[in-house]
Design a protein around this ligand. Structure first.
Ligand SMILES: [Zn+2]
Length: 119
């Protein structure tokens, strides 16, 4: 049996997706936990969302998993008084800025999220 993959899947494969009604909280569609995508109910996951989450997987791996979540929470707290903390976290900035480019992960360099800390 032959499977057809997106170009970037050669490098990043398909994500494991777990649909459930608990993670993430109401109001959110999907959450990447250690490279596994938790999707709420039957929320639609398109290529762009998937690309966004795969960018997070790249960040998660290069931050050795635990440091990704530590950094994420710390940066969220730091940015809390200055507008939309979630959208301004460097990991999210990188993911949102490049999610439309389905070849982004092919060209991305390690730790590229650092470029988005000051933007
Ligand atoms: Zn995100």
């Amino acid at each position: 049996m032959q499977r057809v993959y997106l170009e970037m899947d050669k490098k990043y494969y398909n994500m494991k997706i777990i649909r459930n009604n608990i993670i993430p909280f109401k109001g959110y569609k999907a959450m990447n936990l250690f490279g596994v995508l938790f999707v709420r109910g039957n929320a639609r996951i398109d290529d762009i969302t998937l690309n966004h989450e795969k960018i997070h997987t790249a960040q998660i791996k290069e931050m050795l998993y635990v440091f990704f979540y530590l950094w994420y929470v710390i940066e969220w707290f730091i940015r809390l008084p200055f507008g939309n903390a979630y959208r301004n976290i460097s990991f999210e900035r990188e993911a949102y800025a490049n999610q439309d480019d389905l070849n982004y992960l092919e060209n991305r360099k390690r730790f590229d999220f650092v470029k988005y800390i000051k933007k």
